[in-house]
Design a protein around this ligand. Structure first.
Ligand SMILES: Nc1ncnc2c1ncn2[C@@H]1O[C@H](COP(=O)(O)OP(=O)(O)OP(=O)(O)O)[C@@H](O)[C@H]1O
Ligand SMILES: [Mg+2]
Length: 370
């Protein structure tokens, strides 16, 4: 087991900057997910750590050892990629035993270790099969076994579950988490599945265009996104732009573009007058038109999703919002008059520039002047 320390790491392909200066430390035993859209530099980070690509600047320190100039094979890293990349002509046993053979582990010892690894991924009895005689999920489990059989210090996983269907993916997510916990191995998982990132990891690192947007625990990144990109990428949100106007000590009003005014209290003052707030759809309640609380609005579209209903609504001032409500009874149809309500804690003032941590406590919407 080892910590991973990336110091001023960057990667340039010709004129193209694939990774901007990255400083990051993963603690020993930590499970970190790198999340970002296609082309954001996720695989680049893994390739740099694994030594498959050379950095343009910076250092890579694994378990206190500077490995920036160390050959990949000497970094003691287990790798799993999206395509299972098993050797098709070899049996399951030979596939898993391969890294041990390369390292010159004696046959008897190797047999025991392969058995243990296959036990861990619940594939005992499959030793003689070829990869083509396995399901996708089983092949991926063989790939996991092969990645951990030589007791690597670090596990790097590049979208290992992306090719699997949803049910199998969820099952393997649970297995992967248990495996990682059991082995206590420092793990970096690349994914563009936000649910996977939120459910599996101790911390998420959100990348966009080669630049870090936020590094935080899943709950923190979801509820307190550092900027608009993170807010929108980790789930759906309602981002509203407005102007912060001071109304006496600690009392502010955010005047939305639509003209609606949202009073709020701030322990830290907004750093600029233009602000963005984020309200998650699941925090917006859709109430009947005669409710005493909330903002008058009209349902534009209601999408029935079984457990929940997703409403596209518009306030009387024309502000579009999305609300996700637990399904009880018949959904409000398009055109229905409703009222929208949410708790003050549901509103997050997105820090300007993505770094400040202004703590805003916006007032509940019944205080909206409409
Ligand atoms: N060898 C290379 N030469 C030039 N550009 C490259 C090379 N490898 C990657 N890139 C570019 O660097 C950027 C980041 O690539 P990377 O593979 O890290 O993205 P990613 O986040 O893993 O994307 P995906 O989700 O599609 O796998 C991309 O724009 C890609 O085109
Ligand atoms: Mg990739």
């Amino acid at each position: 087991m080892a910590s991973i320390s990336l110091e001023g790491l960057s990667k340039q392909y010709g004129q193209f900057r694939a990774l901007e200066r990255l400083d990051f430390v993963a603690q020993q035993g930590e499970f970190v997910t790198i999340l970002g859209p296609s082309g954001s530099g996720k695989t680049t980070v893994l390739s740099l750590i694994a030594g498959l690509t050379e950095p343009t600047t910076g250092r890579i320190v694994l378990g206190g050892r500077d490995v920036t100039a160390t050959r990949p094979a000497k970094r003691n890293i287990g790798l799993v990629f999206q395509s299972y990349a098993l050797f098709p002509h070899m049996s399951v046993f030979d596939n898993v035993a391969f890294p041990l053979k390369v390292r010159g582990v004696p046959a008897e010892d190797a047999r025991r270790r392969v058995r243990d690894a296959l036990d861990l991924v619940r594939l005992r009895g499959f030793e003689a099969r070829r990869p083509t005689q396995l399901s996708g999920g089983q092949q991926q489990r063989v790939a996991f076994a092969r990645a951990i059989v030589f007791q690597p210090d670090i596990l790097l996983l590049d979208e290992p579950l992306a090719a699997l269907d949803r049910m199998l993916r969820e099952q393997l997510q649970v297995e992967l988490k248990q495996l990682q916990r059991k082995l206590g191995i420092t793990t970096i998982l690349v994914t563009h599945d936000q649910e996977e990132a939120l459910s599996l990891s101790d911390r998420v690192l959100v990348l966009a265009d080669g630049a870090v947007q936020q590094i935080a625990e899943p709950l923190e990144a979801y509820t307190r996104p550092a900027n608009q990109f993170v807010a929108g990428f980790l789930g759906t949100t309602n981002c509203l732009d407005g102007e912060a106007i001071r109304h006496g000590a600690g009392n502010w009003v955010i005047r939305l573009r639509s003209g609606e005014e949202l009073p709020y209290r701030a322990s830290d003052e907004p750093s600029g007058s233009l602000v963005t707030i984020s309200i998650r759809p699941e925090h917006v309640r859709v109430l009947g038109p005669n409710s005493e609380r909330g903002v008058p609005a009209t349902v534009i579209e209601s999408v029935y999703l079984g457990q929940t209903v997703r409403y596209h609504v518009e306030t009387v001032h024309g502000t579009p919002l999305i609300a996700a409500c637990m399904q009880t009874g018949r959904p409000y149809p398009p055109g229905a008059s409703v009222r929208l309500d949410w708790d003050s804690e549901a509103v997050w003032l997105i820090p300007e520039g993505g770094t400040s941590r202004a703590k805003a406590q916006p007032a509940a919407p019944e205080l909206l002047r409409v």
